[in-house]
Design a protein around this ligand. Sequence first.
Ligand SMILES: Nc1nc2c(c(=O)[nH]1)N[C@@H](CN(C=O)c1ccc(C(=O)N[C@@H](CCC(=O)O)C(=O)O)cc1)CN2
Ligand SMILES: NCC(=O)N[C@@H]1O[C@H](COP(=O)([O-])[O-])[C@@H](O)[C@H]1O
Length: 259
Amino acid sequence: MLPSGASIDDKIKNFLCSPGTTTDSQKLHQTFPYPEDTITTMFQILVMASGQGSNFQALVDGVESGRIPNSSICRLMVNRSKAYATTRADKHGIPWEYFNLISHGFQEKGERDAGRLQRAREEYDAALAQKVLACSPRPDLIVLAGWMYIFGQRFLDPVSAAGIRVINLHPALPGKYDGAHAIERAFADFKAGQLERNTTGIMVHNVIRQVDHGAPILVREVGCLPDDDLATLEARIHSHEHELIVEATAKLAREMTST
Ligand SMILES: Nc1nc2c(c(=O)[nH]1)N[C@@H](CN(C=O)c1ccc(C(=O)N[C@@H](CCC(=O)O)C(=O)O)cc1)CN2
Ligand SMILES: NCC(=O)N[C@@H]1O[C@H](COP(=O)([O-])[O-])[C@@H](O)[C@H]1O
């Protein structure tokens, strides 16, 4: 028998651990009719990727290990049909969807007209935003983990209006090497003796319309070594990325769920 001052958590544990107890949530509510806001809900994370998915895997492992607390990866979106991230999602029972600018009919292959290209991207952005907003459960956070497509306002605005934050992992320091192929460009400068302090880095930042210019959330420097080649630098950077993306996502999971 629990003392009268027992906490709700103690009562729940006692209820659930009693012999012959069903874990039916309805029965739980009947027994402990406490306000909805005391029910802990999982922090829902939607991940977007275009490639191998090693950072997606780091997030999956981070959620499963509890390093990313009280969270669930509700969905993976990919824009490349051969993205190995989908295989990783299948292995962990995470639903995924492939949605591509050209394959799904927004842009003609080989299209070169600037107006048509712009309109195609805007329609794709709007459709992708609708897919995100239709997810159940709806995500609290979108993490771009090697997502190689630049969003326009017709994605960013509806998602932001729904209170969903978007963050991105970028393999460069703030204000350096914006855009794709950042590691290659940093390495080329290093080999040319033009990389400041022989140091590049990585960051997780908020996503705004201007690519890789959103406010940084976490930043980590990565030094280039004299005997580095591109492969050794990339491997070291990827290793740091797998840590930083989990640390940043866990930070937001804690901040966005604390009352
Ligand atoms: N509006 C924003 N969209 C995205 C951001 C951002 O900060 N603001 N971050 C990127 C991720 N990224 C770098 O971190 C990045 C990804 C892709 C590109 C790029 O040049 N994409 C081309 C297509 C390239 C390809 O398909 O191989 C494009 O979109 O036309 C630059 C930077 C994610 N989106
Ligand atoms: N500008 C965005 C960008 O370059 N992102 C980079 O794509 C790779 C994805 O690897 P992964 O598919 O193995 O996670 C990562 O190195 C990430 O920093």
